[in-house]
Design a protein around this ligand. Structure first.
Ligand SMILES: [Zn+2]
Length: 150
């Protein structure tokens, strides 16, 4: 399963790769040298709009052709035969850490009461403690991904 590190121009793409469950590092500010270094030490594929990064001899690099998020996602999904279904929402979109299922009772005071009332399954990020549930954002994300892979 490929792991990625995206350059600072690809924040949206990073977020979407996390939504479909692929380990993707992203930093708002990072030196090209550091990206190449992490790529080599963690065997991460660099996703970039900057073709000069290949001169730093990273582990592997993929040049992202489009500035459009849908096109970017399509490129990665087809190039790496990404499985867009089985790992969906398994990674925290904020910090790239695995989320785990949490008992409903445990989130009672941590989410708005209407969210608590209307949902049965909750997940929590093991690092930043962000809580996830299958709300409208969840369903919109699935719809978007399904549109992309057709
Ligand atoms: Zn997190």
């Amino acid at each position: 399963m490929p792991k990625f590190i995206a350059d600072s121009m690809l924040g949206k793409l990073s977020k979407w790769l996390r939504i479909i469950g692929y380990d993707t590092l992203y930093f708002r500010k990072i030196e090209p040298k550091s990206i190449a270094k992490i790529s080599n030490s963690e065997k991460r594929i660099i996703l970039t709009r900057n073709s000069h990064l290949s001169e730093l001899q990273p582990y592997k690099l993929v040049y992202i052709n489009s500035t459009n998020i849908d096109e970017q996602l399509k490129q990665i999904i087809s190039e790496f035969k990404i499985d867009t279904k089985s790992r969906l929402f398994s990674i925290c979109t904020l910090c790239n850490t695995k989320v785990k299922k949490i008992k409903k009772e445990e989130v009672k005071d941590k989410v708005p009461s209407y969210i608590f009332k209307n949902n049965s399954s909750f997940y929590i990020c093991q690092k930043c403690q962000k809580i996830y549930w299958q709300g409208s954002h969840y369903h919109n994300s699935i719809r978007k991904i399904n549109e992309l892979v057709i």
